[in-house]
Design a protein around this ligand. Structure first.
Ligand SMILES: CC(=O)SCCNC(=O)CCNC(=O)[C@H](O)C(C)(C)COP(=O)(O)OP(=O)(O)OC[C@H]1O[C@@H](n2cnc3c(N)ncnc32)[C@H](O)[C@@H]1OP(=O)(O)O
Length: 205
């Protein structure tokens, strides 16, 4: 049995992944106001508190923003689960950290390592020998070729292509459709083909 944290559209997707793999979701925590009482027939439980928690269940933070996911994880002392869509293809040699979710059509090939609380979104592919650190989001349709490394908290936009062996730093944002052919430094925003830095960030996000 699972709990989710985050009653967003992203939460709905994770809810349906769990249901399609035969797992139940007991309820969804969310700190927001004016939420409905249920989403896809699962109750919204409001703000997380110990009295609503059940130690035999597992939690997934169902929030797309990498920094918010990290902030929430650091506040909680609970068991985190993994959600893998039955129509993803994951090599048996892949290692996947707790809290990570893999959406429909995602493909992860041999010896790739995916950290904790990552998102591998719909139809994204990660080829062999990649290293994906914690809190990374690989958006729909992105193609991460062999031997790529991606640092903590980085967001790879929809449809991005990263050529083999590239090293992308931490808390980077790669804009939708970019083609990344060179290493990318930490805390930058990169767009275009070939990818070019358009912003230097001061902090995570
Ligand atoms: C299931 C899901 O929905 S998962 C979610 C997937 N989400 C995504 O893929 C979104 C990825 N985000 C983007 O592509 C955004 O446009 C970002 C993050 C790259 C840029 O956002 P911002 O920092 O707000 O930059 P801003 O919108 O001000 O654009 C800055 C410049 O970059 C250009 N630009 C922005 N995005 C892109 C892009 N993807 N490709 C090429 N150029 C771009 C803008 O046209 C602008 O150019 P200008 O200065 O010449 O006018």
């Amino acid at each position: 049995m699972f709990f989710l944290y985050g009653a967003s559209g992203h939460g709905k997707v994770i809810l349906e992944i769990l249901k399609s793999s035969g797992k139940d979701v007991y309820g969804i925590f969310d700190d927001g106001n004016n939420l409905p009482s249920t989403i896809l027939e699962v109750p919204i439980l409001g703000v997380f508190s110990e009295d609503k928690w059940n130690e035999s269940y597992a939690l997934i933070i169902s929030i797309g923003n990498n920094n918010i996911r990290k902030i929430i994880v650091e506040k909680l002392d609970v068991t985190f689960g993994i959600a893998i869509h039955p129509k993803s293809q994951i090599s048996p040699s892949v290692k996947i950290g707790k809290g990570t979710t893999l959406m429909a059509g995602s493909i992860v090939n041999a010896s790739t390592r995916i950290g904790e609380h990552c998102i591998v979104n719909t139809n994204a592919s990660l080829d062999h020998d990649c290293v994906i650190e914690d809190f990374v989001h690989i958006s729909p349709g992105a193609v991460i070729t062999g031997g790529v490394s991606i640092g903590e908290g980085t967001h790879i936009g929809a449809g991005v292509i990263v050529i083999p062996g590239v090293k992308i730093g931490k808390w980077v944002t790669i804009g939708a459709g970019a083609v990344i052919i060179n290493n990318i430094p930490d805390y930058t925003t990169v767009v275009g083909n070939p990818g070019r830095i358009i912003k230097q960030k001061e902090k995570n996000g």
